[in-house]
Design a protein around this ligand. Structure first.
Ligand code: CIZ
Ligand code: SF4
Length: 319
């Protein structure tokens, strides 16, 4: 703890001296989330992280999250320095949607509007018409459906199918999934719910359809946090990355939070509902990048210009 305190003081000093601000995702370690808030940065979902970076005057953004979040920050703020605690922090959705193959898929379907989830590389974003996050996907797809557009959706097929059901849009899907959310199990969840009759079930739409079907609330991380604060239930069963519970518990200290069951739960599976890549962010490697300036995100000006168009379209729509 004394060591941890010293580390935090060092980080605070370096952030100040370098005119840097820390932006952390809800799925990262609680210590990082706390530090982001204590130092005037933000803890948020990917949409709010992107927006925060564009509005904050700092000249260095330190992004504690996964690679696509750092890239999005760099795309929107090409003149700023963007650092990440670990550049190997990727995402199964991003990894499962390589730009070359994706671009070919788009070329095969020229009459479709290309909508990609924020969890993609800069190259994939540059090939798209719209970028969306889970918090804004429904209204954007509804808007497109109303104007008669057909949607090519990538890369999370669970989220895509959920959005399709809600909006009735004509959609085709790239076959990607999140290794954390696809592990939630409907049968075990139903059983858990029957043991906790007072609990509300909160599900992120990256989860399989049969898990989403059991939810009292389906929504983005921000929406699920809001649900814990506003719903009267004393207990919540949470089907998304367990890192989110830090913020939930902070805002609603009296509520009981229960992790939803996952595949391989028990002796064979420690922290199944924890994104291994989000978990690569720590106070140690955060201090290290501030000290050395390593792990800077690079996106060429030309690529950033192209990828910024569909992201800005989303940000303008959300306004
Ligand atoms: O699962 C993720 O990586 C999420 C929920 C990202 C986001 O939009 O905040
Ligand atoms: Fe990607 Fe899933 Fe990890 Fe989010 S939780 S970064 S979607 S692998």
């Amino acid at each position: 703890p004394a060591e941890q305190e010293r580390l935090k003081q060092d980080i605070k000093t370096m952030l100040r001296r370098q005119n840097a601000v820390l932006v952390a995702h809800y799925y990262t370690d609680g210590a990082l989330q706390d530090l982001a808030e204590e130092t005037g940065g933000c803890v948020a979902d990917s949409l709010e992280m992107a927006r925060f970076g564009t509005e904050h005057p700092a000249t260095t953004l330190v992004v504690a999250g996964v690679r696509f979040m750092g890239e999005t920050s760099k795309i929107l703020n090409n003149e700023k320095r963007v650092l990440m605690p670990d550049l190997a922090a990727t995402c199964s959705l991003d990894e499962g949607c390589p730009a070359g193959l994706f671009s070919a898929y788009c070329d095969e379907h020229p009459d479709y509007t290309v909508v990609v989830y924020a969890n993609t590389s800069a190259e994939v974003k540059a090939r798209s018409d719209w970028v969306v996050t889970s918090g804004i996907a429904l209204p954007i797809i509804r808007h497109l459906a109303r104007s008669g557009e057909k949607v090519l959706w990538a890369p999370d097929r669970h989220l895509g199918q959920y959005v399709q059901k809600q909006t009735g849009a004509e959609m085709i899907y790239w076959p990607g999934s999140c290794i954390v959310h696809e592990r939630f199990r409907a049968e075990a969840l139903a059983e858990m719910r029957s043991r906790h009759p007072q609990a509300a079930v909160l599900v992120h739409p990256e989860s399989p359809e049969e898990v989403v079907a059991l939810a009292d609330v389906v929504g983005s991380t921000t929406a699920l946090i809001q649900a814990v604060v506003t719903l009267p239930n004393p207990e919540f069963i949470v089907a998304t990355d367990a890192g989110i519970m830090h913020k939930m518990q902070q805002l609603a200290p009296g509520k009981v939070l229960i992790e939803a069951p996952t595949l391989g739960e028990g002796a064979t599976c420690q922290s199944c509902a924890r994104c291994p890549w989000m978990g690569m962010n720590s106070l140690q490697n955060l201090a290290e990048v501030l000290k050395t300036g390593k792990n800077e995100i690079v996106v060429s000006a030309d690529l950033a210009r192209k990828a910024a168009i569909p992201i800005r379209r989303m940000l303008d729509f959300a306004r």
